[in-house]
Design a protein around this ligand. Structure first.
Ligand code: FAD
Length: 307
């Protein structure tokens, strides 16, 4: 019950101001956000690489309101890619981007987001890595998939994300699996209406398995984005049945969540990528993490009250 309330709050400016100013917030945010700047995140990328993990980097931010902010988002990724190049970490780190941060919701936003994301994808390719387009709320997805198709004409490794909770996703998975795309499958983190999405957790899990099967049996590269132990073992079994080798799919989990499991899967020989978010505009990302697990909210409330 709490999840939808927190997700609604994630879009409220009043709550953003309250949460950002609350004492104790920084300490809880630090569990999920790796740092505020490139300098702070670099040691974390290096440490992950030392442990046999790969990363996908998200410069947090979304729901921007000006074209200048969309350019700043592009530039933040270009700065990050420059640093990865200097560190020689291009093949260990890819980028995850939210098109809303690149201006997708502004007037003429589809073209603006494409124009902003293209140089990022080009720069990533130049250092031997790639970009994955995150999935945001359902109203943004037709534009996201069209941008993904457009980018793949020149950069076929560009990935995208699909969300098991949406009714449309099985059809999207079939199309993407047939055309050989890199696809991250996740349960879905936004507040979606019953007209477009399953609301029941068991229904979402069943849909996730159906989509996993499509991806594993298809021509693309499945990226299993989940911390759910049951889905992880089902993914391993489906990969085995589909005759996929260990380098023909990967697991992905979020920084700060089930870190032991990151290491366990990597030690088993799986490619394990840690989605590592950093930056100052962490509010939306942080609230979705609270919504996923109500215990996080209790922890957060306690840390505010004890400050
Ligand atoms: P759950 O059933 O929610 O969780 C399984 C277990 O994992 C829980 O019991 C708990 O132990 C642990 N866990 C899960 N979440 C948390 C948490 N926040 N705090 C503490 N413990 C937790 N969603 C999108 O809509 N678009 C995206 O582009 C997107 N990208 C993602 C990328 C990655 C790499 C991952 C892992 C998730 C992404 N998500 C995205 C979020 C996703 O949709 C889910 O909201 C999130 O992964 C929780 O679902 P779960 O599969 O882990 O299963």
């Amino acid at each position: 019950m709490l999840g939808p309330v927190i997700l609604a709050a994630s879009r409220s400016d009043k709550m953003r101001r309250f949460v950002s100013a609350a004492p104790g917030t920084k300490q809880v945010v630090a569990r999920f956000i790796a740092g505020e700047s490139v300098d702070q995140v670099v040691p974390i990328i290096v440490d992950a690489a030392d442990k046999g993990l790969e990363v996908t980097l998200d410069v947090v931010g979304e729901d921007i309101t000006t074209v200048e902010q969309s350019h700043a988002a592009r530039d933040a990724y270009l700065e990050l890619i420059d640093r990865l190049k200097d560190l020689g970490l291009g093949t260990k780190a890819e980028m995850s981007v939210k098109l809303s941060m690149f201006g997708q919701a502004l007037e003429g936003g589809h073209e603006l987001a494409l124009a902003n994301v293209r140089p990022v994808v080009e720069a990533a390719a130049a250092i031997g890595t790639t970009v994955t387009l995150d999935a945001e709320d359902h109203t943004t997805l037709d534009s996201m998939f069209a941008i993904h198709d457009e980018l793949r004409k020149d950069f076929p490794q560009t990935g995208c994300v699909i969300q098991a909770y949406l009714f449309r996703t099985e059809a999207d998975a079939r199309r993407l699996a047939a055309n050989g795309s890199r696809v991250r499958i996740v349960k879905g983190a936004y507040k979606e209406p019953a007209e477009v999405a399953y609301q029941d957790k068991a229904e979402i899990d069943k849909a996730y398995v159906r989509v996993l099967r499509i991806l594993m049996e298809g021509e693309g590269y499945p990226m299993i984005g989940s911390h759910d132990p049951r889905l992880i073992s089902i993914a391993q079994e489906l990969a085995r049945r589909a005759g996929r080798k260990l380098d023909e799919y990967e697991f992905q989990m979020l920084y700060g969540i089930r870190s032991d499991e990151h290491l366990r899967l990597a030690a088993e020989g799986h490619r394990m990528r840690v989605y590592t978010a950093y930056g100052t505009d962490w509010y939306g990302y942080f609230m979705r993490r609270l919504a996923e697990k109500p215990a996080n909210l209790l922890f957060f409330a306690r840390s505010i009250l004890t400050k």
